[in-house]
Design a protein around this ligand. Structure first.
Ligand SMILES: [Zn+2]
Length: 365
């Protein structure tokens, strides 16, 4: 376990370079199809006719080669469910055998003088800084506007399990003290006994991520990218989920289009929610449910597809994109009702013990 002291005053020359800024932009965006989105679909959404969504992770200007970007790689759970390689990802590091895993835990403490990515890049080898930054962003995005709210003097503490295998990389605990937003928050990774995936919880046992009350997918691991119209644009929300996870229409809806622009979107659906008039795009599906074709009405909760990894996608996920009736892009987490689930009973008890252990290691000097 390495104990890294607070920031030194030495300025690394790479901090302000164009390369550094490009990388920063790449990773802060977490994943998204900036270039492809711009070049292939420059037009603004037309009223009543949502455009095909932007490309998915990996369409990076920095990584023209077919290999995934660090960000895309970071969200790639290569193994199929149930395989040996998938087990570490299922929460062993945080759950049953902390003794073995604890040996390898890394602790990082930073008082920010520059962007989070720049600070990480000074301390860690490039690839690890990329991956850690991407994983941090997925948590912090629920607390902060990462472009505006990160301020000099903010405190960041991270306890993480590094791994050469990107699928085993895991942040176990995180603390962020924000001067601009005036909070001091912690997140702990924990897998409830009956849950398929572990998640991040605050000290009270409440999920850090919001969930859509009317969600197109119930079983997913994490939101790996939110909607983002600044910098690296991303027009929807990415739900990381194993291929074949059921996808439903959360509302009564009319099927408008099926499998359009499949080279980019893969198998995809365009639904119009009848009551609100909103349009929803579902991309990168592995399968469309039988009978789902243009003109068909589906009921709220009806299964319409299975999630997948088709089209321009480099990791299994559902890209879900919402448009107003006039064709304006909407952030589902702002435009739709959300909840934060909380642990209860035995899970809450187990979590409190676990959070206590992690907290003492996270904040130990
Ligand atoms: Zn997406």
């Amino acid at each position: 376990m390495s104990l890294l002291k607070p920031i030194s005053t030495i300025d690394s020359p790479g901090g302000g370079s164009a390369w550094g800024k490009l990388l920063l932009g790449l990773v802060l965006g977490l994943a998204g199809g900036f270039l492809a989105g711009r070049y292939l679909y420059p037009a603004r959404p037309k009223p009543g006719r949502p455009p095909p969504a932007a490309a998915e992770p990996g369409a990076s200007p920095l990584r023209p080669a077919p290999g995934p970007s660090p960000v895309a790689a970071a969200q790639a759970p290569a193994a199929a469910p149930g395989t040996a390689a998938d087990l570490p990802d299922a929460g062993t590091a945080a759950g049953d055998a902390p003794a073995a895993a604890a040996e390898e835990l890394q602790r990082l403490e930073i008082v920010l003088q520059r962007s989070i990515y720049t600070m990480l890049a000074r301390r860690l080898p490039g690839r690890r800084a990329d991956v850690l930054n991407a994983h941090l962003g997925r948590i912090l995005v629920w607390w902060l506007d990462l472009r505006r709210d990160v301020a000099r003097g903010d405190l960041l503490q991270v306890l993480y399990h590094p791994s050469q295998d990107i699928n085993e990389f895991r942040i176990l605990a995180l603390r962020y003290r924000s001067s601009k937003r005036g909070f001091d928050r912690r997140a702990f990774f924990f897998k409830p006994a009956a849950a398929r995936y572990g998640r991040y919880y605050d000290e009270e046992g409440r999920e850090v991520e919001a969930r859509l009350t009317h969600s197109p997918i119930e079983e997913y691991e994490q939101i790996t990218e939110r909607m983002n119209l600044a910098g690296r644009r991303h027009h929807g929300v990415d739900f990381k989920a194993d291929e074949g996870t059921p996808v439903v229409s959360p509302y009564r809806a009319r099927v408008m289009r099926v499998n359009f622009h499949t080279r980019m979107n893969g198998n995809c659906l365009d639904l119009r929610y009848l009551q609100s008039g909103r349009r929803a795009l579902y991309l990168h599906l592995s399968q469309i449910a039988p009978g789902i074709r243009p003109g068909v009405i589906v009921e709220a909760g009806q299964r319409v597809a299975l999630s997948g990894n088709t089209g321009r996608s480099f990791a299994p996920h559902l890209h879900y994109e919402l448009h107003s009736p006039r064709g304006r892009l909407l952030d589902p987490f702002l435009a739709e009702p959300t909840i934060h689930r909380a642990l209860t009973g035995a899970d809450l008890e187990a979590f409190k013990v676990r959070a206590g252990e992690l907290s003492s290691r996270l904040e130990s000097k």
